[in-house]
Design a protein around this ligand. Structure first.
Ligand SMILES: Cc1ncc(COP(=O)(O)O)c(C=O)c1O
Length: 372
């Protein structure tokens, strides 16, 4: 049996030790470079990374911040979105957008996702728009680009902001235009497990307008126009530090290669026909396989089956935002049928660039043995 059942070690969902040890020398050198310089916050490494990453995305501007959640929050603040404003979001994307919306005092309005890729459904968004709507946040879930062209047109038509949440979608594209270049603003997380990850927390906002970029630079640092002079707000202290920026600069040139390997693994999984498995669409540059999420009506049994073969799986995400205890709006789920069904069926398999061919084959073999 070509599975991992006899392997000594369990296959984890991700393995940052492998990822980082392959890069140890570059990371040590980048870290040492910053320590030698004595400049730790808002310095030349961040400036260079902002330029390089925005350039990679094809976005006009990049503003580094402390993490991906504050990237969403600061993007909202940059458009003056707050109390009394509505923002349309998906409910199945891990609570990050909702957290940012709660922080600024705006109201999340949940719209359903599309059955086939679990990203926000433009028709559902259109129905959710009211005179109070100020923005739509589309999360490129699992590394699959949402329907960006339609959201771009919809936002222009209604005079609202289109914000992309690109935390899971570094490098994915449509018509040659990458995630981060479609929205009025786009948030990125460089949490260590992301396709491009730091050795700690980090985030960034890309945007189209120089004014919005200037505003983001003020809002990420107390609202300062210059030292100690507060002209903007409500602001935050939310900065991407020099060590993380230097590490991210070392890693950025490797991102496309990692994404290619992720896609290769995803394609191998998607070729397995077994039981009631429903695979994601892994085709094209609009997918960078951040998480490989398949579906089964017997999800929990499938998870146990994989565990019995030494393969760890997880659920992203097990609770819809509106059903979170803090939100307490389970009643809204009746209007989100695709989101509700997906929560019961989704399962995330290991999919990271450092997986060996034998491990990938082992996962495929275990999937082939699946009988619901
Ligand atoms: C889709 C999505 N948005 C936002 C975030 C928030 O990023 P961070 O953890 O850096 O705050 C994450 C991941 O953590 C995410 O997956």
């Amino acid at each position: 049996m070509n599975s991992l059942s006899n392997a000594r070690e369990v296959l984890p969902l991700n393995d940052l030790k492998r990822h980082t040890s392959a890069l140890a020398e570059r990371i040590h050198e980048a870290t040492a470079r910053v320590i030698r310089s004595g400049w730790f916050i808002l310095g030349p490494e961040l400036e260079a990374f902002e330029r390089e990453f925005a350039g990679y995305c094809g976005a006009a501007h990049g503003v580094g911040v402390a993490n991906g959640t504050e990237a969403i929050e600061l993007a909202l603040r940059a458009f003056d979105i707050g109390a009394g404003d509505e923002v349309v979001v998906a409910a199945n994307a891990g609570m990050y957008s909702t957290t940012a919306l709660l922080a600024v005092g705006a109201t999340p309005v949940y719209a359903d996702v599309r059955e086939h890729d679990l990203t926000l459904d433009p028709d559902a968004v259109r129905r959710a728009i009211t005179p109070q709507t100020r923005a739509v946040i589309a999360t490129h879930l699992y590394g699959r680009l949402a329907d960006v062209a339609t959201f771009r047109a919809l936002a222009d038509e209604h005079g609202i902001a289109f914000i992309e949440d690109c935390a899971q979608a570094h490098g994915c594209s449509r018509d040659g235009i990458r995630a981060g270049a479609w929205g009025d603003a786009a948030s990125f997380s460089f949490y260590p497990t992301k396709n491009l990850g730091a050795c700690g927390d980090a985030g960034l906002v890309t945007c189209r307008s120089a004014d919005v970029a200037a505003r983001l630079r003020r809002l990420r640092q107390y609202g300062w126009a210059g030292k100690y002079v507060v002209v903007d707000g409500p602001a935050r202290n939310s900065r991407l530090d020099e060590i993380q920026a230097a590490i991210l600069r070392e890693k950025l040139p490797l991102l496309d290669g990692w994404n290619a390997r992720r896609r290769e693994i995803a394609a191998a999984y998607a070729a397995v026909n077994a039981g009631d498995l429903r695979h994601p669409d892994v085709s094209g540059p609009g997918y960078v396989a951040h998480l490989y999420v398949l579906r089964s009506s017997q999800r929990d049994a499938l998870r146990r089956h994989l565990a019995a073969h030494g393969i760890l799986a997880d659920v992203h995400y097990p609770v819809l935002d509106n059903e979170q205890p803090r939100i307490g709006r389970a009643d809204l789920s009746a209007g989100l049928p695709h989101s509700v069904r997906a929560v019961a069926e989704i399962l995330t398999l290991p999919c990271f660039p450092e997986m060996t061919d034998a491990e990938v084959a082992g996962v495929c073999a275990a999937l082939r043995l699946w009988q619901p």
